[in-house]
Design a protein around this ligand. Structure first.
Ligand code: ADP
Length: 281
């Protein structure tokens, strides 16, 4: 029996084609932190590609879903990984019966239908993928399919959006200046406490006092200097802790499970985080 989720590149492409990879987004809950909504709308109006920049779990994906909804465009999301090739984005020939048919990849599909295409964590993908997106980001906005000889000009509705986490930056995995300078960068960071409290209340359903305590805890963790943490507690983790508390797990245990353990494997740092938890709950 095949493992659920383990599919070959070909199967994946077929799934995209069959399932209609573009998603019509229903109104998601999104609480703006600054002027990101206006900036995005301005970029969209001017057809400028957008880079959502910031650590994990601070609302980049949620924001883009919200914008797709607001702008009334379908959303095509590709979670990039280190096996992702240009063909995975563009498409490939497949044998169907005794016929060879071309199947569009998600990027090609997005360009054809004028969707918003979100390449999540683009740095993770193989280097040849960034070359593919370059012609789409200049004013010609073209996509060339070498294998079919087709040249597709993106309709005005199409927009390319990438996310980028500078925290993961390494020598091997870094966006080249020639790529990053093709995008308008919108910065995401931990929301201010009032906003983050509101988000935690809304998303997890905990009472305000509990949400405030979680946000306070996050502030303490984020201020730990030399903690050795790759990334401190994100808004997402606070929401997770909130969900556990709502389900009846004690706040300390919830913070242990949803915050201390996920952010670090180092027992000393975990102990330090637990000490902070004890000051809040
Ligand atoms: P990222 O894409 O940056 O990794 P997500 O968009 O998945 O992060 O955000 C993680 C979670 O945090 C969301 O599922 C949502 O519950 C919450 N969240 C973060 N910021 C906001 C926000 N501004 N408005 C609403 N929810 C938010």
């Amino acid at each position: 029996a095949g493992r659920e989720g383990a599919v070959s590149g070909e199967q994946q492409v077929e799934r995209w084609a069959d399932a209609g990879i573009a998603e019509v987004v229903e109104e998601p809950y999104y609480l703006p932190v600054g002027d990101e909504v206006e900036i995005f709308e301005a970029a969209y109006a001017r057809r400028l590609p957008v880079m959502l920049k910031g650590p994990t779990g601070v609302g980049k994906t949620r924001f883009l879903r919200y914008m797709a909804y607001r702008l009334g465009r379908p959303l095509v999301t590709v979670a990039c990984h280190d096996d992702l090739t240009a063909s995975d984005l563009l498409g490939r020939y497949l044998i169907r019966g005794n016929e060879t048919v071309w199947i569009d990849g998600p990027l090609t599909h997005a360009v054809r239908i004028g969707a918003i295409c979100y390449l999540d964590e683009i740095v993770e993908a193989r280097k040849d993928t960034t070359v593919v997106i370059h012609p789409l980001t200049d004013d010609r906005r073209r996509l060339r399919l070498e294998k079919t000889g087709e040249l597709i000009v993106a309709p005005p509705e199409f927009l390319l959006v990438i996310s980028y986490n500078p925290g993961y930056q390494s020598l091997m995995k870094n966006l080249k200046p020639s790529t990053r300078q093709r995008f308008v960068a919108i910065d995401f960071n931990f929301p201010p406490p009032e906003v983050e409290t509101e988000i935690v209340v809304h998303e997890s359903g905990v009472d305000r006092a509990t949400a405030e305590a979680l946000v306070k805890l996050a502030g303490l963790i984020r201020n730990l200097s030399d903690s050795g943490l790759e990334e401190p507690a994100s808004t997402r983790l606070l929401v997770y802790a909130g969900h556990l508390i709502r389900s009846g797990v004690s706040p300390r245990r919830a913070c242990d499970l949803a915050i201390a353990a996920p952010i670090t494997d180092d027992p000393t740092v975990q102990a330090a985080v637990r000490d902070l938890v004890a000051t809040v709950f």
